[in-house]
Design a protein. Structure first.
Length: 138
């Protein structure tokens, strides 16, 4: 997998005088069934979240409120994606290290995940991630 496999996806949205509504259906709007949903909020502006990779898990990250950057790294190249629209999210495939940075005041980062939480799926050490990415590339 590479950072090029990660992509922005627009989600359906409807507007009327009462406001806006957006929704995501797993296996339809995003390329996986949703097994877990979590969100981070009340994030200090200079905080860095993420700082990990996943062996198998796929994610779809939406800025439910505010904005933030997602720095994607596949071990060969990096790419930064700015998220600031609640009707658009970022699909992140497996074997991508991610850092989430530059949170605006009041930002809420909503994450949809393809698997339940499993610590064994995480890379917490960047060197270990790079070693595995290199092995899989061969």
């Amino acid at each position: 997998m590479s950072v090029e496999d990660c992509r922005l996806i627009d989600v359906p949205s409807f507007s009327d005088p009462r406001g806006n509504l957006s929704f995501v259906e797993g296996g339809g709007h995003i390329p996986f069934d949703i097994a877990r949903v979590y969100y981070i909020w009340n994030i200090p502006e200079q905080a860095v979240r993420g700082a990990h990779g996943h062996r198998e898990l796929q994610q779809f990250i939406i800025p439910a409120s505010g904005s933030f950057n997602v720095v994607l790294d596949d071990g060969r190249q990096t790419r930064t994606v700015h998220l600031d629209r609640p009707d658009q999210g970022l699909y992140i495939c497996p074997m991508i290290w991610r850092d989430v940075t530059q949170f605006s005041d009041g930002a809420v980062c909503l994450a949809l995940a393809s698997l339940p939480y499993d610590e064994a799926d995480y890379f917490r050490d960047y060197r270990e991630f790079l070693d595995e990415a290199s092995r899989r590339e061969r």
